[in-house]
Structure formats: structure tokens, C-alpha cells
Design a protein around this ligand. Structure first.
Ligand code: FAD
Length: 435
């Protein structure tokens, strides 16, 4: 079967669907392909979908801030109804705890000031006045659960915190992907599910389309790799790894869902908490539960996965470790006898910052290495990828002169050279999920 499109997007997660939407909006006949049965059934479905601004680089903060305004106005941004309804942004505010690893948040506050993002600096005493259910004792730096000092205060209180009133989460990440699919289809984009790309086709030194398991070939002069944790596999198929100084790898992560302490209306009172002192981030969720993820403290082993289609997706002692760590901060948090939550993969780049770029194979692009922190940035990621494709396909040499994209909501310009596959690993990065 011979089929032709202007652009093929491999993946229909939150970033893939957004790339499809923006390419379709620009007038390209697009096709998103996904091995799963529906949009957002890959790692996007497991996302905590936290929307926050405290990245370690100004570029990261600006991207999150620009995208935030689209989540606030999601229906209008999409411009189309979805029979399943719309994902909803829930504002909770965000408490970011100061510690040594984040440099007392000096860099973060500088970025927030540059972007005019409101925040308050709180002393430990003010944290507990505002959130009396928080224990402000210092525990860090985090240590493994089997260390005999685990759970004992390190002495004194946390060095304070920064509170951002504008932060929150998207209540249904899979629905958000479906919303993007419907918006893309509204502009003529197509989606095929249950199909696996097994090879990238080339003709005369450029990309020419993809081959599916089963042998079908689909032709297109543009192919975008948005394969999430499979991004490295797809880049290998395209033969573009040698041209990358920053690469991607799948990392196993565990996220815990536990009941809030009895008597505490957690959904009503709790902000997001980003707490490097105990090594966790958390947010409220429905049913008065708490979602707890890891901020990847240095003492923890990182579980890199060779084959993202075949790994041990069971919870491990890491689950218990994260709940016990969070229980240091949230008074009265119990440790359930049964595990609950999700196990999934991040697609981690060498410096935990994403790669939004061309490749050494003309016509082959990548939006990869989202490192556990790009769900919130999907609206802008789609737009910058579409602008990149339009300019480069029109003859622009992006490697020599990086494409820039205006960010109207923040009044800044996004220099896509920052996200280059050929960058030196960025030393300003937190080298963690914080980005
Ligand atoms: C547990 C967890 C928590 C997270 N929490 C947050 C958070 O709070 N805030 C935040 O901003 N970000 C968060 N993230 C990160 C965020 O969810 C991801 O960056 C984002 O969802 C990636 O979207 P994607 O479209 O690139 O990838 P995915 O959603 O993984 O989609 C990739 C798709 O490609 C398909 N695919 C792969 N290979 C092939 C192939 N060969 N053929 C056909 N299809 C293929 C897959 O089936 C998959 O559906 C989290 C991630 C995880 C895993």
C-alpha cells in the first residue's frame, strides 16, 4: 500500500499530538502514527501533568510560562470541541523548598524576576504558619531508606521556600492528548493507531517516509521523531545518533498515590511541593490522595532501561522510599500496606533538557529527551517544531543559524539553538526531573 503525506509524526503522546496539530495548522497534510490504541496511551498517560515554572534555566522557565497561558485557556487554544470533554488545568500554587542542591533557589528567583512571574519568599516559620500540616525540619540531603539515619532530622529547619501562586496540574493528561488529536484532525491531520514504525525510509540522502511492521510503507518528505522513551530506538533506525552530542535513554520511574492524612482536606489546602530536602515532589489529586514522585536525589540508583518495550514494570522499594521521604514533610502521612500509583519511563537526555531539533538526515526531525518535565510545555513544543520544519524545509540552515520563535505571552524570543542535539551538556541544568 503506498500512501503519501507532507509530514509523518511518530508518536501521538502530548508532544506528538501537539506537533501534529501545529504542522496541520501550517497547512501540511500530517499523519501521526502510534503503536498504542489511542492518543496519549504512552508515557503521557502516566504523567503527573504538573504545570510549574521553577526550571534551572531561563529558557526552561520561559517555555513553561508561555505554555501555561495555553493551559489556562485550553478550549480557546484548541479552537474545537471534543466529544470526550476538555482536560482542565487546576491551580494549586507551588511551594519550592530551598536547599543546597538548588542553591537556595537564587537562580530560580532570578528567572522568575526576569519573566515577571509572581512569587513570595517564605521563611520556615512562614511556611508552617501557612501550611500547619507541614513539618519544616531539615532532613536533607536525602539518604537511602536502609541508612540508619533515615527519618531523623538533620538539625534545624529548612532554609525557607519560594511560593508561587500560579502553578498547578492538568487533571487528565490522556484526555489532553485526545483534545490535541481532535484539534489536529480539525485542521485536516490524520491519526493511525496500533501501528509500529520499524524503519525510516531514505531516498537520495533525505528522509522519504517510514516502514511499518507488516511491511506497509508511508511516504513523506518530513518525519518527526516524538516517540517518547522509544526516541533513541527511532533515532537509531534513522541512523542519526552519530550526529548527536546529547543523546536520550529510557529511565524507569515510580510515582506513588497515597491517601492524605486523616482529617486533612488535602485537595483544598495543598499546593504542589517541590522538595529537594526530602528528595520528592508531590501534588494533590482526586479522592483526597497525594501523588508523590522523586526529584532524583544523588543517593538513589538510576534504573536505566535497555529496551523500553520490555522492562520490569513492577514497583520496588523505591515506592516505599518515596512515601517515607514525603512522610518526613507531611505530618501524619501514613504508609499504606499496598502500593498504588504508576511505573513508567522518562525519556532522559544527557543533561535532562529536551532536544527540539533537526538531525543530520535531511527531513528527519526530533522532539525528544523530554526528561520527565515537558508535559506542560507541549503547546509550545508543537509550535516551535512546526516553525522549525517550515523554516528548514524552506532552505534555512538551522545548525549554522538557529531558528528563533517569538513568545508573545512572555514577550521573549525562544532561540532553538538552546535545544540543539549538538549542544554541550548544559551545566546549568539540575540534572534531574526539575530540568
Ligand atoms: C511518571 C511520569 C511523570 C511525569 N510528570 C510530569 C509532570 O508532572 N509535568 C511535566 O511537565 N512532565 C511530566 N512528565 C513528562 C511528560 O509526561 C513527558 O515529557 C511527555 O508526556 C512526553 O510526551 P511525548 O508525546 O513526547 O511521549 P509519549 O507520551 O511517550 O508518546 C510517545 C508515543 O510514541 C509511540 N511510539 C514509540 N515508538 C513508536 C514506534 N516505533 N511506532 C509507533 N509508535 C511509537 C508510543 O506508543 C507513544 O504513545 C512525566 C513523565 C512520566 C513518565
Amino acid at each position: 500500500m503506498d500512501q503519501r503525506y507532507d509530514a509523518i509524526v511518530i508518536g501521538a503522546g502530548v508532544i506528538g499530538a501537539s506537533v501534529g496539530l501545529h504542522l496541520a495548522k501550517a497547512g501540511r497534510r500530517t499523519l501521526n502514527l502510534d503503536r498504542h490504541a489511542a492518543a496519549g496511551f504512552g508515557s503521557s498517560s502516566s504523567s503527573c501533568a504538573i504545570v510549574r515554572f521553577h526550571y534551572s534555566t531561563l529558557e526552561g522557565c520561559a517555555m513553561a510560562r508561555e505554555s501555561y497561558f495555553h493551559w489556562l485557556d485550553w478550549g480557546r487554544y484548541l479552537g474545537v470541541a471534543d466529544e470526550k470533554g476538555l482536560a482542565r488545568y487546576v491551580n494549586t500554587g507551588c511551594l519550592v523548598v530551598k536547599n543546597e542542591r538548588n542553591g537556595g533557589l537564587a537562580g530560580v528567583m532570578h528567572c522568575l524576576d526576569e519573566l515577571g512571574i509572581p512569587y513570595e519568599e517564605l521563611a520556615a516559620r512562614q511556611v508552617t504558619e501557612r501550611f500547619p500540616w507541614i513539618d519544616a525540619a531539615a532532613y536533607g540531603p536525602p539518604i537511602p531508606l536502609d541508612d540508619e539515619r533515615f527519618g531523623q532530622p538533620a538539625g534545624g529547619e529548612i532554609a525557607g521556600a519560594v511560593y508561587l501562586p500560579e502553578s498547578g496540574y492538568v487533571d487528565d493528561p490522556t484526555l489532553a492528548c485526545h483534545n490535541l488529536q481532535r484539534a489536529c484532525e480539525h485542521h485536516g491531520g490524520r491519526f493511525r493507531f496500533g501501528v509500529e514504525v520499524v524503519d525510516i525510509l531514505r531516498e537520495s540522502g533525505s528522509v522519504a517516509g517510514v516502514r511499518l511492521a507488516g511491511g506497509d510503507e508511508i511516504k513523506a518528505p518530513v518525519v518527526v521523531n516524538v516517540a517518547g522513551p522509544h526516541s533513541g530506538t527511532v533515532n537509531a533506525m534513522a541512523g542519526v545518533l552519530d550526529g548527536m552530542s546529547v543523546r536520550t535513554r529510557p529511565l524507569k520511574v515510580e510515582v506513588c498515590y497515597v491517601p492524605a492524612p486523616k482529617g486533612l482536606e488535602y485537595e483544598q489546602v495543598a499546593p504542589l511541593i517541590s522538595d529537594g530536602d526530602v528528595g520528592c515532589y508531590s501534588r494533590p489529586t482526586t479522592g483526597n490522595h497525594i501523588v508523590i514522585g522523586s526529584e532524583d536525589p544523588e543517593c538513589d540508583d538510576r534504573v536505566w532501561v535497555d529496551d523500553p518495550s520490555d522492562y520490569n514494570s513492577n514497583f520496588t522499594r523505591q515506592w516505599e522510599t518515596q512515601v517515607m521521604r514525603e512522610a518526613q514533610r507531611i505530618k501524619g502521612l501514613g504508609i499504606p500496606g499496598q502500593t498504588g500509583g504508576v511505573v513508567d519511563l522518562y525519556d532522559v537526555s544527557d543533561d535532562w533538557l529536551p532536544i527540539y531539533d533537526v538531525s543530520d538526515l535531511p527531513g528527519f526531525y526530533m522532539a525528544v529527551g523530554t526528561s520527565g518535565n515537558q508535559f506542560k510545555n507541549a503547546p509550545l513544543a508543537g509550535r516551535i517544531m512546526a516553525e522549525l520544519v517550515e523554516k528548514v524545509e524552506a532552505g534555512h540552515d538551522h545548525d549554522a543559524d538557529p531558528v528563533t520563535v517569538p513568545l508573545p505571552r512572555t514577550g521573549r524570543t525562544c532561540d532553538l539553538g538552546f535545544f540543539s542535539r549538538k549542544r554541550r551538556a548544559n551545566r546549568d541544568s539540575s540534572m534531574s526531573v526539575i530540568g
